[in-house]
Design a protein around this ligand. Structure first.
Ligand SMILES: C[S@@+](CC[C@H](N)C(=O)[O-])C[C@H]1O[C@@H](n2cnc3c(N)ncnc32)[C@H](O)[C@@H]1O
Length: 235
């Protein structure tokens, strides 16, 4: 006879089976990629490019020295290369990885004039690169959309893909009073909020050493919270 625990387990398995990150993000890429990437600047023109430039400046604030011509840099959830356009000129090679083949196609087309950038479709959980082959991995407004087990999978695969001494930078919305609980596991859009303590634990379980966290306040009409930018290092 099924017990309540059995039912919880089968419910988790059922929603996990329904998780369709590739299908959902391919649909969004076809419908209006720029809107789903940066809804505040949803056109493909100057405003969209301006948002990429501004976000790169903010994201690497205090860590610009990491971006040098001898580095290979990987962007998890690159979208159509909004940020990569402004990172690639500072580094040796830029690899953008996205679960959506349609985003990858658009990034490749849009940034064809940037010779050291390439874009690759991934499986949504891991990085299609060799072990210890990358110097810096960054990811912005991606892991806020992924269920926690997907995020944990990326933390451990980022550790595998980085060289010893490599840097891992990621953004995550910070859990505050009033933040909504996690959406259902098959939801690929609503945000997941994390506490610093939970992030520290997850990062250390993946093998990383925590370096620093920066808080960027967000004052949305519904909720005041901080976007965290975490810097961790592979020992
Ligand atoms: C809000 S957009 C941000 C794009 C880009 N990082 C930027 O800031 O312009 C989220 C991106 O993450 C990608 N994405 C969502 N889930 C993913 C996953 N599990 N693995 C890799 N990419 C994912 C989506 O296809 C989409 O391109």
């Amino acid at each position: 006879m099924a017990t309540p625990d059995d039912e919880d387990v089968s419910e988790a398995a059922r929603t996990r089976d329904q998780l369709d990150m590739k299908g959902d993000w391919n649909r969004r890429a076809v419908e209006d990629a720029a809107y789903y990437i940066a809804s505040a600047d949803p056109d493909q023109g100057d405003a969209f490019r301006g948002s990429g430039q501004r976000d790169v400046e903010l994201y690497f604030e205090g860590l610009q020295h990491l971006l040098t011509k001898d580095k290979t840099v990987l962007d998890i959830g690159c979208g159509i290369g909004r940020m990569d356009e402004f990172v690639a000129p500072h580094v040796g090679a830029l690899v953008g990885v996205d679960v959506s083949g349609e985003m990858v196609r658009k990034a490749t087309e849009r940034l064809a004039h940037i010779p050291n950038a390439r874009f690759v479709e991934g499986d949504g959980f891991s990085l299609p690169v060799d072990d210890a082959s990358v110097d810096i991995i960054f990811t912005h407004i991606v892991l806020q959309h992924t269920p926690r087990h997907v995020t944990a999978s990326y933390f451990s695969d980022a550790f595998r893909a980085l060289r010893a001494g490599g840097d891992f930078l990621f953004q995550m919305p910070e859990d505050v009073t009033g933040a909504p609980a996690d959406p259902p596991m098959d939801d690929t859009f609503e945000m997941r909020f994390w506490s610093e303590e939970d992030l520290r634990r997850a990062i250390s379980e993946a093998g990383f050493e925590w370096q620093s966290v920066r808080r960027f306040p967000v004052d949305s009409p519904l909720l005041k919270f901080n976007q965290l930018r975490v810097h961790a290092k592979k020992p």
